[in-house]
Design a protein around this ligand. Structure first.
Ligand code: 4NP
Length: 159
């Protein structure tokens, strides 16, 4: 069975999307599903290319039991062919991605909170200019949305 390739996208690729990727990877490993998925993350903007995730985000995740690392990169049109699912964090990321979509590209695009059972289809708020509480809010949103996302992707890939 071929792997499902999932790409998480935010603006800078230093706060939300690398954390989404990190939580997703950890949860997939815990479920014994690491052979079923490949995951990556990127940003729509070029501001932070090559940087590690924001230290506030990494510290918050560690407190919540998740460790991860990443080198920021920018979204490229090629990603539409390399990934099966592209998961933007907010409406702005969604619009930016969809506006670049080549005709016939295979990837499907869903906002992250399409999979949030508590508050469907809102944005994952950008925590960059806020305080510690914002990072915890982002963690909680991603943490509870990831299981539903995994279930959805398994359902799709089993068809
Ligand atoms: P992210 O957060 O999109 O979740 O990585 C941001 C990171 C950097 C900036 C904005 C948002 N920035 O303006 O530099």
């Amino acid at each position: 069975m071929s792997k499902v390739n999932v790409l998480f996208v935010c603006l800078g690729n230093i706060c939300r999307s690398p954390l989404a990727e990190g939580i997703f990877r950890q949860r997939v490993n815990e479920k014994g599903l690491s052979g079923r998925f490949e995951m990556d993350s990127c940003g729509t903007a070029a501001y932070h290319i090559g940087k590690h995730p924001d230290s506030r985000s990494v510290a918050n995740a560690k407190q919540n039991g998740v460790r991860y690392d990443h080198y920021a990169r920018q979204f490229e049109v090629k990603d539409f062919y390399d990934f099966d699912f592209i998961i933007p964090m907010d409406d702005a990321n969604y619009e930016d991605i969809v506006s670049l979509r080549p005709k016939g590209a295979k990837a499907e695009v869903f906002k992250m909170r399409y999979f949030d059972t508590l508050e469907i289809n809102s944005d994952v708020p950008d925590p960059y200019y806020g305080g510690e509480q914002g990072f915890q809010e982002v963690f909680d949103i991603l943490n509870r949305s990831v299981d539903e996302l995994i279930e959805y992707l398994l359902g799709k890939s089993n068809k």
